[in-house]
Design a protein around this ligand. Structure first.
Ligand code: PLP
Length: 374
């Protein structure tokens, strides 16, 4: 077994090279700081990749989700059924529409929204269903689409994923991606919205930018946002797109190293990955069962930090966070999500890491486990 690292291993650093730096410099020299030809090219290249009729580049994954809901007419009095195991942005955008998030418990296996529990939460006020492709595993989209209301898929973790052979981006009414610094395609900030619905694409196009258009001086047809993707960031995304397949192979290999490393660790269980789907290998999440692993998730986080291995938590259940707890005091307990929130631990995976870095982290986890269970 290797010894303790001498430098701290970052959790998920971006893999940025000279090519991205050069692309930014070139963009700045071109004079296009805001949205221009590079944002348009990014959309053009991603259409065939995502197998979607329309791809719209926006300022963040949050903006993509927000604009999708507004475009679908979600407003005050409406409900949107969503997963509590997600980044709070997924639920925040429902609040920003003046609608109510209805949290549905998740499946034990992969912590995506439990399709067996969703029907009981769908009613007359349900304007959309908003599943999350947690860690890169698509939610059970067929079951959700069969229920009727439009499905807005939070695929912030799932750019490369396929669900039952079909490309994520081509399945739900609207699919939203993030280009945030840690994501598989990282521009720093940014988002993408994919849809094959012309009405939704038109509405989002009209709302993402407030700008001069049409004849005369200018006009305003709908109250727009400022949610466009600047070319400086699109330039980074275009280079990252060229590297996506190579980076994806590195992440898949690191997942395999983790799978092998945790296979015999009592009480440390990775989230399930459905063999019928193609996982996007975004986050390697394990659950730490304190009864069998000898310590709690938080004790594992601290012990790994002492080993100079950074970790993260994806996610604390949104309905238990202060805003949602105080706004919805009648929220029933969500048993699976709440236990998962105490147990999930995300381990380092990044194309910026060498395999030996990940092997260091695997050994650190094995040492910590041996100590806690010994
Ligand atoms: C599951 C999920 N949804 C939505 C978002 C929001 O994306 P962004 O940070 O690009 O706004 C994130 C993370 O950043 C996320 O992890």
């Amino acid at each position: 077994m290797r010894t303790r690292r001498s430098t701290r291993l970052g959790f998920q650093p971006p893999a940025i090279g000279e090519e991205e730096i050069e692309a930014v410099a070139e963009t700045m020299r071109s004079g296009w700081l805001t949205s221009g030809p590079r944002a348009a090219l990014l959309e053009e290249r991603l259409g065939p990749y995502l197998e979607a009729k329309h791809v719209l580049a926006v300022s963040s994954g949050t903006a993509a989700l927000h604009l999708a809901l507004v475009a679908l007419g979600v407003g005050p009095g409406d409900e949107v059924v969503t997963s509590p195991i997600t980044w709070p942005a997924t639920a925040n955008v429902i609040e920003h529409c003046g609608a109510t998030p209805v949290f549905c418990d998740v499946r034990e296996s992969d912590l995506t929204i439990d399709p067996d529990l969703v029907p009981a939460l769908v009613g007359e006020r349900t304007k959309a269903i908003l599943p999350v492709d947690l860690a890169g595993q698509p939610a059970d989209l067929d079951a959700l689409l069969a229920l009727g209301p439009p499905v807005v898929e939070d695929a912030a973790h799932a750019l490369e994923a396929r669900y039952r052979g079909r490309k994520v981006g081509s399945i739900a009414d609207v699919t939203c991606f993030s280009l945030y610094a840690t994501k598989n395609l990282a521009a720093g900030e940014g988002g993408l919205l994919a849809t094959s619905r012309d009405d939704t694409a038109d509405a989002v196009r009209a709302m993402r930018l407030t700008r001069r258009a049409g004849g005369g001086l200018y006009d305003q047809v709908v109250p727009g946002f400022k949610a466009n993707l600047p070319d400086v960031l699109a330039a980074i995304a275009l280079v990252q797109l060229d590297k996506l397949a190579v980076h994806g192979e590195i992440r898949a290999r690191q997942f395999a190293l983790w799978d092998e490393g945790v296979a015999d660790l009592e009480g440390i269980t990775p989230l399930a990955r459905d063999p019928r789907d193609e996982h996007a290998h975004h986050l390697y999440v394990v659950r730490v069962d304190p009864g069998r692993a000898g310590a709690t998730r938080d004790e594992y986080v601290a012990a790994l930090e002492e080993e100079l291995v950074a970790t993260s938590v994806h996610f604390l259940p949104v309905h238990t966070l202060t805003w949602f707890r105080s706004r919805y005091p009648e929220q029933p307990a969500l048993r699976v999500a709440e236990r998962a929130g105490r147990e999930v631990l995300s381990l380092p995976v990044s194309p910026a890491h060498a395999d030996v870095d990940v092997l260091d982290a695997v050994d650190a986890l094995r040492r910590v486990h041996a100590r806690f269970t010994g």
